[in-house]
Each structure stands twice: as structure tokens, then as C-alpha cells.
Design a protein around this ligand. Structure first.
Ligand code: IPD
Ligand code: CA
Ligand code: CA
Length: 266
């Protein structure tokens, strides 16, 4: 059962507050690339003490405020709850950027109720931008309503994408890119999927696609993009549940989906 209206507002409020708080932590810390880094799924998949500290901050606060909720966090938090609410957390999206001093990194927190994402917050500390959405209530940046670009021509669309950490997957993604690049205005690889989705939401990108994403990468950003008017799906046009995510301004969404599908099968 979906939580009462006031409850979902409270979930969004908590997500926003914690995303800002964790974002301040990211700005305050400056990990050393040589000393403070471990790797996860591959040599290119880095994790810092700050990723872990940010998740501890967020999950600790959720446990204090809402001890019976479930939690799924990238850095290992995984707890079943009893309330129907589950928090999906990327405590630092864009770790590679963060470590190299590129400003595209963010904190992403979504609140799912009975399996459906109802509220999401993505905070981009470098620009002090907080993206938020509640299902059915639109998307905002720093409290102001945002909308997709409305672009209607794929050949002049600015499209974001990203690459997985797995080398074989990257090889495939490189081949897809070769197919997509000549058919669009240009490609951007921002390095933080949650922000890519928010940038589709506010029209800085006309579309975005990436395969191999995890729920914490897209749960909040997918809701924000949809609530801003984007069409979002997996590469086959189904709901975004698996790891492939495509989000675009509605008038180019099906053309971009067809192009990416063609690329993935070519
Ligand atoms: C990564 C970023 C990146 C995307 C990768 C993600 P992380 O998340 O979102 O843009 O291309 O697929 O894994 O590891 O920085 O949290
Ligand atoms: Ca991520
Ligand atoms: Ca992360």
C-alpha cells in the first residue's frame, strides 16, 4: 500500500536533507588518489573512504529516523524492512570524477514504497543544485519546476552516455557509440549517471542512454527525468528495471531507442 500523502512528502524531505548533508561531506573531504583508493569489480572501479563515509552518514540517519525501513546502498548496505519503504542510495555517484577533481559527482537517494519509486533526490554539490521529484507531482531543481528540452530532431540532439567498469562491456559500448555518434549532434560522457538523468530532466541534455547501470545509479534520476517530462525505458522500451536505461525528450525518445537498439544488435 502506498504510504499516505504526507508520508511521501516526509520521505522526499528526508531524502533531500540527507543528500545535501552527504554532499557537504563530499566537498569537505579531499581523498588522495594514491593513498585512499581501493577497487571493486575491476581495476577501474574505484571506491574511496569518502564513498563509505557518505553511505554511513545517510544510512545511519535513516536508521535513527525510520528504523524499520529497508535500505539498499552501493557500498554494501542491504537490509529488508517491514514498512514497505526501501531507500536506494548511491552515496557518491561519479567517484572517478571526484578523485580527479572533475566537478560532476553527486549523491542520489530514492525512496521506494512497495516496489515503486515515489520520491527521489539528487544533490550536485559543485553547483549547489538539488534535483527532486515526487511521483505524479513534477520535478524541481532547487525548488523550481524543471522540464525536458522538448527537442524534436535526433540529428541535432545532445546525448549523454556512460560506460561500465567491465572491459568486455566497454568494448561493446564503444562499438555502439561508433554507431550512435554520427547520427546525433554530439555525445557527452559526464561520468555520473544520476546527474546525466537530472540533466535530461532540466534540458541540458536531450537524451541519455547507458547499459549496465545498478538501481542506485538510476532510481532517483529516472523518477526526476520522468517527472520533468522525459520518456524513460530500458533499451527495449520496457520499464527501467534492468540495467539498461534510456531517457529522452519525448519527441526524440523512440528514434534514440531505435538507434541504440540498432547499435546494440549491429
Ligand atoms: C558510475 C557513474 C558513471 C557510469 C557508471 C557508474 P559510480 O557510478 O554513474 O557515470 O558510467 O556506469 O557505475 O561508480 O561513480 O558510483
Ligand atoms: Ca553510481
Ligand atoms: Ca557510487
Amino acid at each position: 500500500m502506498v504510504a499516505a500523502v504526507a508520508d511521501v512528502d516526509a520521505l522526499l524531505g528526508l531524502a533531500a536533507e540527507l543528500a545535501r548533508e552527504a554532499g557537504r561531506l563530499l566537498l569537505a573531504e579531499a581523498p588522495d588518489r594514491a593513498d585512499d583508493v581501493a577497487t571493486k569489480s575491476s581495476r577501474t572501479d574505484m571506491v574511496t573512504a569518502v564513498d563509505v563515509a557518505s553511505e554511513a552518514l545517510i544510512v545511519g540517519a535513516i536508521e535513527r529516523e525510520r528504523p524499520d525501513d529497508g535500505v539498499l546502498g552501493e557500498e554494501g548496505s542491504n537490509r529488508e524492512g517491514t514498512t514497505g519503504v526501501r531507500w536506494i542510495i548511491d552515496p557518491l555517484d561519479g567517484t572517478t570524477n571526484y578523485l580527479y577533481g572533475f566537478p560532476m559527482f553527486a549523491v542520489s537517494i530514492a525512496a521506494e514504497v512497495d516496489g515503486q519509486v515515489e520520491a527521489g533526490a539528487v544533490f550536485h554539490p559543485s553547483l549547489d543544485e538539488l534535483f527532486t521529484a515526487r511521483r505524479g507531482k513534477g520535478a524541481r531543481c532547487n525548488g523550481e519546476p524543471i522540464n525536458v528540452s522538448g527537442h524534436d530532431d535526433l540529428s541535432t540532439a545532445l546525448v549523454g552516455t556512460g560506460f561500465a567498469y567491465d572491459a568486455d562491456m566497454r568494448r561493446r559500448q564503444g562499438r555502439w557509440l561508433e554507431h550512435v555518434l554520427p547520427s546525433v549532434r554530439d555525445i557527452r560522457r559526464g561520468g555520473a549517471a544520476a546527474l546525466d538523468l537530472c540533466w535530461v530532466a532540466c534540458g541540458r541534455l536531450d537524451g541519455f542512454y547507458e547499459a549496465g547501470l545498478a538501481p542506485w545509479d538510476f532510481a532517483a534520476g529516472d523518477l526526476i527525468a520522468r517527472e520533468a517530462g522525459a520518456e524513460t525505458s530500458d533499451f527495449d522500451g520496457g520499464p527501467v528495471r534492468s540495467g539498461s536505461v534510456l531517457a529522452a525528450s519525448p519527441r526524440i525518445a523512440s528514434a534514440l531507442r531505435a538507434l541504440v537498439a540498432e547499435a546494440a544488435t549491429s
